[in-house]
Design a protein around this ligand. Sequence first.
Ligand SMILES: [Zn+2]
Ligand SMILES: [Zn+2]
Length: 158
Amino acid sequence: MRADRRLLVKTPTRYDSPISDLLQRVRDRGWRLTPQRRAVAEVLDGEHVHLTAEVVHDRAQARLPEISLATVYNTLNELVAMGEVLEVPAANGAKRYDPNAHRPHDHLVCTGCGELWDVFANGTGTPGLPEKERRGFRVTGAQIVYRGLCASCQATEP
Ligand SMILES: [Zn+2]
Ligand SMILES: [Zn+2]
């Protein structure tokens, strides 16, 4: 009886578009997938995705014209709080949202054009923060942002 019910729960629901990794992750966590949340999660799906809230809003509006910027911000904050989306401090202070939350990585940011790439450091990514600088924290993660000029910006440098 119990096994049957579990099977029923696991039966994939049919959707008009394929379920992305991010959508699947938040559904597995029991996040109620309202049309607004779904639009945001769909926009954020993919590799090397680092979008500002404004761009997420633009693209979500293409799917759901009535979605507001405030709803997009709230949804992004929820996804960040759940640990399913990362906030990346990019060039010129604009935060970018990154769905690649389960594979620890760093970022390369071009201070010329603002382009941003995922990069994977050697080793486990534990940064060299000395014990005495940790203020008693149990450090569970870090994000390193490497800033510089990308190859194409260097090529057009005066
Ligand atoms: Zn550049
Ligand atoms: Zn990233």
